[in-house]
Design a protein around this ligand. Structure first.
Ligand code: F6R
Length: 258
């Protein structure tokens, strides 16, 4: 079942997700958190850093990336390992050794995918997975038509996804890798709880398909309708096709602290 939480803006949506993650970490200091890259989670990571500044201890949290490009040099600034070290771990003061990322430079990608799936299992499974959503309804890099029973696997990026991500490669779509390793839809569905962030009017149609559409591989995120604990954290623009009531927080600056 998907719960909707609509906030006035992206910052407030990110704060709401960060508060939930913070509460989980307080209750379970060794929690396993699945983390996404892209623009959507950045406000979450910024607010998590505030919670850490206010005393939240993330020293034992295990972090698992959702996906990684294939073929980027290890220290490329757009590689997801690099992005997560920069945007998540460094502001939190967390140990990079506790970050797991699929090995996109492996010679044998199938073996690297199987290793990653095993690493997640060995860690006890993901307690909470943070997701974004693509404008075509992808989650992770599970593009339309990805089977619902997929585990971590090598995948091809849709042209629409490469175009959207060109902004992380100086606007050069030709520099965006064509392949990736991604948690599969079944891997994501095994997470005990899921927080999905979608902000901006360009996400409204994908959110609508995911929440209200049929459960179909044409919209990979629609599979989340069959998960018991999913919250979509939306801003008003992303929610405009699924929601009619007022957003949950005032935009008057009073909600800055968790
Ligand atoms: C990122 C990922 C993708 C993004 C999605 C939205 O690790 O797996 O599914 O979450 O492409 O990206 P943004 O947030 O940049 O719009």
């Amino acid at each position: 079942m998907i719960s909707l939480d609509v906030s006035v803006d992206a910052q407030a949506a990110g704060r709401a997700a960060a508060v939930r993650i913070g509460q989980l970490i307080e209750a379970m200091p060794r929690a396993v958190i699945g983390v996404a890259t892209g623009s959507s989670p950045l406000p979450v990571y910024a607010h998590l850093a505030r919670l850490v500044a206010d005393g939240l201890d993330v020293g034992e949290v295990r972090w698992f990336a959702l996906d990684e490009y294939v073929g980027l040099p290890p220290r490329h600034p757009a590689s997801f390992r690099h992005v997560l070290e920069r945007e998540l771990l460094a502001p939190l003061g967390a140990d990079p050794a506790l970050l797991h990322v699929p090995d996109g430079s492996a010679r044998d990608l199938d073996a690297a995918a199987a290793d990653y799936e095993r690493d997640i299992t060995d860690a006890g499974g993901i307690d909470l997975q943070l997701l974004g959503i693509g404008t075509n309804g992808h989650v992770g890099f599970n593009e339309p038509k990805t089977p619902f029973d997929s585990r971590t696997h090598p995948a091809w990026l849709a042209p629409q996804t490469r175009q959207a991500n060109a902004r992380f490669f100086g606007g050069r779509v030709e520099d965006v890798p064509r392949r990736c390793l991604t948690q599969g839809l079944a891997t994501i569905m095994r997470s005990r709880a899921i927080e999905l962030i979608a902000t901006g009017a360009h996400k409204a149609a994908a959110v609508c398909c995911a929440v209200l559409g049929p459960v179909t591989v044409e919209c990979p995120a629609s599979v989340l309708q069959t998960h018991p604990d999913v919250t979509f954290r939306l801003d008003v623009a992303a929610a405009c096709q699924v929601q009619v009531s007022a957003p949950s927080e005032p935009n008057d600056g009073t909600a800055d602290s968790p």
